[in-house]
Design a protein around this ligand. Structure first.
Ligand SMILES: NC(=O)c1ccc[n+]([C@@H]2O[C@H](COP(=O)([O-])OP(=O)(O)OC[C@H]3O[C@@H](n4cnc5c(N)ncnc54)[C@H](OP(=O)(O)O)[C@@H]3O)[C@@H](O)[C@H]2O)c1
Length: 288
């Protein structure tokens, strides 16, 4: 496969977990990168990145950002209403797009529960297909970095993680591996029409993931099982209700089954995805 573009790649979500890693991958491959953010002053991106202001909820704010770009990494955490107008703008520039979606088509119970985020992802995919964009859809499962969001403060404060569905298995994927696939799809030919379900290399229960963190830190961390109702009460007012519902439904449905694991990262990138233990070792300070 050949490198197809010398035009800058526009990265949306560039200040987030995956987007930052996509920026790093593209810079590493020698590509010029333009990063979209609502707050350029605090973006904290490498000096070689062209940082531009833009907001996915204000479609015209992308006009300048799209000038002269060769491909777009599209990651959407904004409210959904402007997605049709944004996709229309991408198509009017005849762009290659790599869209970060989720594995909502995968016939595993974990991915087949009621999920508003997945419904939105499916809508955006339909818009992209209808607009005739050259597209690659990447579908990561559970991010390894969720462990930091979910458990780091409890582990910093003590030796107990209180959480539901300790036996629920997932295959956490390192955001750097998601980004490595996204970057290939942005700068290599041969990925148009690609539909890539991305997972980490191994199925681990949530309780096992917590014990991996303990092993890396050299501490014994206890997993204390909460009932779904207790989890709802503990997250009330702090987490959006639909997110709690989505997670509880997915964990509950997967009990008794190993996580869905693919070899797609290795097939696209040429090396296996990082283990959860590796992710923890590289982020251990967040748990100390
Ligand atoms: N967590 C998981 O396990 C998981 C699994 C599968 C798929 N996903 C998907 O992954 C995505 C989240 O990725 P992430 O964790 O890397 O995100 P993140 O760290 O939460 O970062 C969100 C990014 O979106 C940008 N953003 C937010 N609102 C925006 C707006 N109105 N206009 C332009 N940019 C906006 C932010 O940029 P600024 O603030 O700089 O503007 C930031 O860079 C979601 O689509 C989610 O559905 C997550």
């Amino acid at each position: 496969m050949t490198r197809a573009r010398v035009h800058p790649v526009l990265v949306t979500g560039a200040t987030g977990r995956v987007g930052r890693a996509v920026v790093a991958q593209l810079l590493g491959a020698g590509l010029p990168v333009r990063a979209l953010t609502r707050r350029p002053a605090t973006a904290g991106l490498p000096a070689t990145v062209e940082v531009v202001a833009g907001d996915l909820t204000v479609p015209e704010s992308l006009d300048a950002a799209l000038q002269g770009v060769g491909a777009v990494f599209l990651l959407w955490t904004a409210p959904p209403g402007t997605a049709p107008a944004i996709v229309e703008r991408l198509a009017s520039h005849r762009r290659r797009v790599v869209f970060l979606s989720s594995p909502h088509k995968t016939p595993h119970p974990f991915f087949q529960q009621p999920n508003p985020m997945a419904r939105f992802h499916a809508d955006v995919e339909r818009l992209i297909a209808a607009a005739g964009l050259e597209s690659t859809i990447i579908r990561p499962g559970m991010f390894a970095s969720n462990a930091q969001f979910w458990w780091a403060s409890a582990i910093r404060d003590g030796n107990v993680v209180r959480w539901p569905y300790g036996a629920a298995e997932t295959a956490p994927i390192d955001e750097r591996d998601i980004a490595a696939v996204a970057a290939r799809a942005l700068y290599e030919d041969g990925h148009t029409g690609g539909d890539y379900v991305l997972t980490g290399p191994e199925s681990l229960s949530q309780a096992e993931q917590v014990s991996v963190i303990g092993a890396v830190l050299g501490r014994q961390i206890r997993f204390e099982e909460l009932s779904p109702e207790e989890f709802r009460r503990e997250t009330a007012g702090r987490w959006p209700g639909p997110v709690v519902d989505m997670l509880l439904a997915a964990w509950g449905a997967t009990i008794g089954r190993p996580a869905f694991v693919t070899s797609t990262v290795a097939a696209v990138v040429g090396s296996p995805p990082r283990t959860f233990r590796q992710w923890v070792a590289d982020h251990a300070d967040a748990f100390r």
